[in-house]
Design a protein around this ligand. Sequence first.
Ligand code: TRP
Length: 344
Amino acid sequence: MTEEATYSGPNRIFSGIQPTGNLHLGNYLGALKKFTDLQNEGWEGIYCVVDLHAITMPVEPAALQDQTRQIAAAMMAAGLDPDTSTIFVQSSVRAHTELTWIFNCVARMGWLEKMTQFKDKSGKDSERASVGLFDYPVLQAADILAYKATHVPVGEDQKQHLELSRNIAARFNQQFDAPGFFPLPEGLIEGPGARIMSLKDGTKKMSKSDPAENSRINLIDDADTIARKIKKSKTDTHGDMPETVEGLEGRPEVANLVGIYAALSGQSDEQVLAEFGGKGFGTFKPALADLAVDHLSPITQKMRELLDDPAEIDAALRKGAEKANAVAEPIIEEVRRVVGFWQA
Ligand code: TRP
């Protein structure tokens, strides 16, 4: 194999959020806040509500519509500016489905059979899973590469899908003798908030499907609920807050609370422990509850306002679709030429 020529286009971020279920603190810190910070650092960013991905599992059409608007509202409320960044709905840009088909003919069955998310989601009876669920990561690769995005802010759980995107890009470039045509997109995974755990079990991810309501903070929770959930969160019996980061080892619940404080306040764990080390949870938890409420309530307030009158959301999404299309369309035209499709 000849050495891969490197991609020389501009840096560009793409990320997507599924319109399924309610957003929680983990989604906020792991995705929405990160997107906003990256935007404010000057990155070009394209942020997508991935409704095509959502239908890989059964979903009511009315619920899909509602949840699509909710994610868009959350993106805007968290600080993504539809004029600076691109915010749009996946199904409103045809490039995603067209490129998925082409990538279906590039990706290998064996690659997809290794995907742990498919194995988890399809459960014991994978024969009854939709073909779309199996193909989910190929659509994700198409999302990213339809814009030749170079960087993808996502959670830890998406590492494998991202690696698949790189494999598809590399194989496309090689198979069609187009060195450097697609970038090999990199994750932006680390950083505070990368892994927010359940408030009831510091070894489990905070999840919308956890039956224990107290295990997560939902973005739509009111101030009292947020404060109550933090005050009731699990800690341990190893004593007060540790003075150092090493002292967090073997204390997953405490490490998680410190991580949440750090992510919300834009500090490191060290800085948080410099302030709270040696103090009791009776001091730390109320401080964390106040911080969470102060940080989240303007966002939930804005989200409610947007959802009360969705005209602003819809206008932003229409404009976002136009902007996204303007980037993707010329790339798809090039892909068609590279693949050898007839062109009028
Ligand atoms: N699979 C991602 C998740 O569940 C969502 C997603 C779809 C995505 N397409 C994407 C993330 C493209 C990053 C880039 O979190």
